[in-house]
Design a protein. Sequence first.
Length: 170
Amino acid sequence: MKAKTPKESLTIVTDLILPGETNPLNNLFGGELLARMDKACSIAARRHSSRIVVTASVNHVAFNKSVPVGSVLMVEAKVSRAFKSSMEVYADVWIEDRESGERTKANEAIYTFVAVDRTGMPVKVPQLMPETDLEKTRFEGALRRKQLSLVLSGRMKPEEAHELKALFTG
Ligand SMILES: CC(C)(COP(=O)(O)OP(=O)(O)OC[C@H]1O[C@@H](n2cnc3c(N)ncnc32)[C@H](O)[C@@H]1OP(=O)(O)O)[C@@H](O)C(=O)NCCC(=O)NCCS
């Protein structure tokens, strides 16, 4: 299976935030943002694997900046590492300024998707070759994040998470 680069999975979803999607402070409701990120990341995982993909876990979400009603929001999703059947996908969320067109980073999240066949069984995916410095940094950290997610979900014993443990033991 031929390895792929992150840019081959790049998915940018641009959308306008409408009043029905906001909280009482007129900012985007968190669940709406999660759904948008999930969709963008699933398209990125599908582009990487050319398979049906399912969300296995949401490993990290940071709601750093509120997104006011009327904002133009961009969710940029890219595969950051591929394992056997699972893929880590980063979502970077940006708000576009109406006058200058400048983008401000609002939020980010990290999802894990698994490629499956038509019966829902996990199948192999192509490996990922990071190119830029940021892609390389995200690639290198992905194994630790996978182990943390597996430990938290009870799928891995903490003592087996060697790369994760190395973070704390130096
Ligand atoms: C995700 C799913 C396919 C995993 O199936 P499984 O039979 O447990 O298969 P495995 O244990 O072989 O796991 C498959 C891969 O997922 C990874 N994985 C599973 N749970 C994970 C988690 N919580 N965090 C990170 N990776 C996870 C495994 O490490 C493995 O990765 P690898 O093949 O790259 O090494 C299965 O649990 C499923 O279908 N879940 C429901 C998905 C869904 O409906 N999503 C929509 C959310 S509402």
